[in-house]
Each structure stands twice: as C-alpha cells, then as structure tokens.
Design a protein around this ligand. Structure first.
Ligand code: CUK
Ligand code: CUA
Length: 624
C-alpha cells in the first residue's frame, strides 16, 4: 500500500514545485531549476522522505534575535523542533522553571548568531553544540543527547561575542571574538578616548565536560575594531586561528560611511597554543577577574594580515593549508596560504606594527585574489569533499563554486535572495561530505505565500552531486538564521527518557513519596505527573489540590514518572502566568508567590493521553 501512495504524493510535490518555479520566473526572472517536468520530478524525489523514514542530516540553524535554535531535517527541509537557548519559550517552560531561569540569568532574550558543533580530530562528534549571544554577551552549550541547554555564561569585558563557529579541532577552545568594542568591564569612557580606552576583547572559552560547565580561560584585549567571522586551523595549521576585522578606521559614529573608508582591514592571525603558554607563564594582566593578554605589552602569538576592506567571512580549507577571506565591500575572495604566513613570520617579513602586533606583508601571504565576473558581495565560503569552495554573494544573490587551487570559477547558481551564509554537509569539519549546501537567504520576497509586509527568511537546499549545482528544495524559516551547521544524522544519539536520579532531592518517583511540606510561609510541593493526573500528596483526600495561604512562597518540584518515550506533561496555573514541562523521567521545579487569593485551576498543557483534559486540579489560595 505504501508503494502506491508514494508516487501519488511525489507527483503532488512535483506539481507544487513546478508551479512555484513558474510563478517565480514570471515575477523575478530566471530561476536555476530546469523546467522540464522529468527534472522537476527527480528533484522532488530527491527531497521526498516517506513517512516513517528519516532524513539523512540534521540542520541546526541559529534563530538570531528569536534566541532559539531551529532544527530541520535534510533533504526534506522539514522543521522538526525549535529549541530555546537564550530566550523564554512557553512551549517548553524554558525561562519559567527554576532550572532554566538559572541558565538565563538576568535576561529574557538573546541574539543567537553562530552555532558550532563540538569536534574530535577535526570531525563533528555529535556530542554538543555551542552558541553565542550577541545581544547579552553570553555563550551556551547544548547537550545533543537531550537537545537541552546545559550551561550559559556571561562573558565579561566583552560586548557582542559573535562567532562561535570557531571551535578548535579537538574542542580545546570555543573562541569568541566580539562585534563591538567597549572599555573593559563596560565602564564609562568618552568616545573621544575610543582609541585609548576601548577594546575588542576576544575570549577563549573552555567546556568542562565532567562538570558540564563553560568557563572563560583567558582573553585578548585586541584594538577597538569590530571582529567578525573566524575559523580555527586544522592539520598543518592546527593551533592557529583567524578572525576578520572591520572598522579598523576606529569610527565612533555613522559607521556605515566611516567604517568603510580604508581600502584594507586586517585578518587577525593568532597562535592559541602560544597564547596559552604566555598565560601559563604569567604573561598577562588580571582585569575584572580575567586573565587578559594585551598585545602591546604581552608580545607574541598575534599577527595581522591585510585584507580587502570590510571582510565578513574567513574560512580555513578542510585540509588546513589556506584561509579564504571575503570582503563584503570588495568583489574578491582572497586566498591566503598558512605556509606563506608561517614563513613570513619566521623571516620577520613585516610591513609595520599596530598595537604591538606585527603586520605581515600582504604579498608575502596572499596566494591569489579571485574575482568571478559580476559576482558581488562575497561573504562566506564552504567546501565540498574535493576541496572546492562555495562562496555566498550577498549582492548578486548567488552561490559561486570555484577552485581555491586555481581561482577558476566552476559553476554558479542564483538564490532567492541575498544569502548571508551557507552551510555545507559537515562543512566546517576536516572532511565535508560534498552532498548538499544550503543557502541561508536573508530576503524571501516572493518565495512563499505572503504573510504581510515582513516575510520569513528562506533556506534553499542545493544538490552538489550532479554536474551542476541544482536547487532542489526551499523552506521558510523564522527570523533569523545567521549561520547553521549540518551533521550526519547517525552521529547524534539522543536518549529516550531521563534516568532516575535518586541523588536529586527534588525528585520523587513513587506516589507514597509525594508530599506538601509547610514551613511558615514556605510551601514545598513534591509531586508527580503521570498519565493522567497530578499527585501532590497521595495521602490527601484530594491529591491533585494544592492549598496555600495568600502570600506564601510556593515551590513545586514535579517529576514525570512516565518513563515512556515522548510522554511529556506540562503544568500551568490559570492566571498565575506560569508554565513549565517535565519530559519523561525528568524533574523540574517552579517557584512563585501566591499573591493572588482565590481559586485557580491548574492543568497539564501538553496533550499526553486520551484523558489529558482530565489531568487537572486546583490551586486554592486562602485570603489573609
Ligand atoms: S552573521 Cu552575525 S550579522 Cu554573517 Cu556572523 Cu549575520
Ligand atoms: Cu499530562 Cu496532558
């Protein structure tokens, strides 16, 4: 029976795809997809994942100022899950439960730009994902066994850590360059003293897997410029990192004009092993509790490479021999050689010095400048399994495939429209898969049904296996992916239920352990959620009722004792503006002040069984 259904559905998808293509062509000019029906059909087949079968890759797209992570399947481009990282999310109670409130600290939202997988020997190991928050200067780590956040830290002395797609090849460090320069500790200083008192601090963050904690190991007080994309060396360039800069003009106003004057900005080329050694030897200053290297005083390990103005992306080739920078205001991609850079450093082949950092001679490090005809606004480069490069062109709205060894343009495909970044399958690892690349387009315009003046972003899936790049699927996405990572699905090993944790004082696993403890104004409820009731005190005449006095401080410790995959229970109290969930086997707590006297139904928010609607009770708050 399944066999009969598939062709019918495939035909439907093909029809929709064909009409989309046609509509778009009349509206905006040529689209890359060939319009013979047989090709369209085969593209539809390529992305069709029948019900019951799974996608080949996970796509993790950052959610920008939604503060969330969007998980998609590839090639179907089905949205599977939204995971809250930096922002409150009532679907999961993230930001309401005590555990998640502790993670979020004093903030309610974040601006999540760059996701990065943990790596072992330059390969994604499928264990963790790291994330950065540009808005509130934080870094996060998510456990891929549960798709939940394990730790979030606020990074001191910095303002707007941008690029965490910058994990070293054995996850030794997660480097966080910063987009904005500020005085150390965000202290007040007049902008007239910008060059003297402001810094763009880069942070070396480490993750302690045993303790499941992130921590800042050391920092570098770079000049008051803006730091953007970055990448870690691998293979022959292991131990090195590269970061693009802009506003080396040190403009403090009207950046749009003033930060774009000089023909060249710099790439910061640094040796983190050397910096690590300097810090270990005490060659740093302690500021606000952090070990900070000041390049003009603590010399060594950092060099500047001139690059075409206002670059955005810098990407290390999978073999670790080159780094490729793209300047959004210059039409070229520049290929630099690590080997040449190392030689120039050895020979002191410098053209000058800035803030104590030697400037390498451009011509000594540069291998070639690549200018595909009429390609404008190169931003970011990904690679395939043969080492070929794919660069997004923000202004000319296309992806250009080219050969870093020769500079030859091999192929180009228009995308709709203005791609910021792209992500290749296993693209930042030492061995990309070469199967797919996804264009993360900033502007969707006419791609989908209109939802008013503002449209979703668009992600277009490009097949790399044929003779030409071909767009085979497109999916809308909420604001807004700044970067994404794509990993082989079989590398991720999720758990199905949380294990019992007898050492957790909040957890209760049987009905006779349930209880309501009163200590003056403090009320602690140790309850369980199960299909299809709450039990807060099994000995009570009404086990699903919590009765307190107005003004009491109530803490509910709730354990889901359904050790059964996908049986999640929610918990909400009417008009008390709170809500959280417990996944199978999980214990979470919520705290609130019973400051409104009256009668308030409480209920399970997550549809869990045929009797889900019977899963409720009351919070009774006796007036003073
Ligand atoms: S991303 Cu943050 S502005 Cu290109 Cu690094 Cu979008
Ligand atoms: Cu438990 Cu619905």
């Amino acid at each position: 029976m399944k066999k009969g259904i598939i062709p019918a559905i495939t035909g439907l998808v093909a029809g929709v795809l064909a009409s989309t293509v046609f509509f778009a062509q009349t509206e905006v000019g040529p689209r890359p997809v060939a319009n013979t029906s047989s090709t369209v059909k085969s593209n539809a087949e390529k992305v069709y994942v029948p019900f019951g079968e799974k996608d080949e890759y996970y796509l993790f797209a950052s959610g920008g100022h939604s503060g969330q992570l969007f998980v998609y399947g590839v090639p179907s481009m089905r949205h599977i899950r939204t995971v809250p990282i930096f922002s409150q999310d009532s679907a999961t109670g993230y930001g309401w439960s005590e555990e998640s409130k502790k993670l979020m600290g004093n903030y309610t939202w974040g601006d999540f730009h760059h996701p990065a997988f943990s790596e072992t020997k330059g390969e994604y190991d499928g264990k963790y994902m790291f994330a950065t928050d540009v808005a509130n200067s934080r870094a996060a780590v998510m456990d891929l066994k549960t798709f939940t956040v394990k730790d979030i830290i606020e990074v001191p002395n910095t303002s707007g850590p941008h690029c965490a797609a910058f994990v070293t090849d054995n996850s030794e460090y997660i480097f966080l360059p910063t987009r904005f320069s500020v005085p150390l500790g965000s202290a007040y200083a007049s902008l007239d003293e910008y060059s003297q008192k402001y810094y763009g601090v880069m942070s070396a963050v480490q993750f302690d897997e045993q303790k499941q904690k992130l921590g800042v190991s050391w920092q570098v007080a770079l000049p008051p410029w803006s730091y953007d994309l970055s990448d870690a060396g691998k293979g022959p360039s292991h131990g090195w990192g590269v970061i693009t800069t802009y506003n080396t003009e040190e403009a403090t106003t009207t950046m749009e004009i003033n930060a774009s004057q000089a023909d060249r900005d710099f790439i910061v080329l640094f040796n983190w092993q050397e910096l690590e050694k300097m810090v270990a030897e005490g060659n740093y200053e302690e500021v606000n509790g952090e070990k900070i290297v000041f390049p003009d005083k603590n010399k060594g390990g950092i060099y500047l490479v001139p690059v075409a103005k206002s670059p955005h992306g810098v990407d290390v080739t999978p073999d670790g021999t080159r780094f490729i920078a793209s300047g959004k205001l210059a039409p070229s991609m520049t290929v630099f050689s690590f080997e040449k850079a190392f030689k120039a450093i050895e020979n002191k082949d410098f053209s000058g010095e800035k803030y104590g950092m030697p400037v390498l001679n451009y011509d000594s490090v540069m291998e070639r400048e690549v200018n595909p005809e009429n390609a404008l606004g190169p931003l970011h480069t990904q690679f395939d399994d043969k080492g070929m490069a794919y660069t997004t062109m923000f202004i000319s709205s296309e992806i250009v495939k080219w050969d870093p060894n020769t500079g030859e343009t091999l192929d180009r495909v228009p995308v709709q429209y203005s791609p910021g970044h792209s992500v290749a399958a296993e693209g930042d690892s030492a061995s990309p898969d070469g199967k797919y690349i996804i264009a993360l387009n900033k502007i969707a315009k006419d791609s989908y049904l209109s939802v008013g003046p503002s449209h979703p972003e668009s992600m277009q899936l490009i097949d790399l296996t044929g003779p030409k790049m071909e767009i085979i699927q497109s999916a809308p996405v909420n604001p807004e992916p700044h970067y994404a990572q794509m990993i082989k699905a079989d590398k991720i090993k999720t758990i199905t239920v949380y294990d019992k944790d007898p050492s957790n004082p909040d957890a209760v696993y049987s009905q006779d352990q349930t209880r309501i403890e009163r200590n003056g104004k403090k009320v602690d409820v140790y309850g369980i959620a199960m299909r299809s009731r709450f039990i807060f005190d099994a000995k009570s005449e009404r086990p699903d009722v919590i009765e307190v006095n107005e003004g009491d401080e109530v803490t509910i410790h709730l354990t889901n004792i359904d050790f059964d995959q996908d049986i999640t229970h929610g918990f909400a109290i009417n008009k008390y503006d709170l809500n959280f969930e417990v996944q199978p086997g999980q214990t979470e707590t919520i705290k609130f002040k019973a400051d409104k006297a009256g009668t308030y139904p409480l209920y399970c928010t997550n549809f869990c069984s045929a009797l889900h609607q019977e899963m409720n009770g009351y919070l009774l708050v006796k007036p003073k």
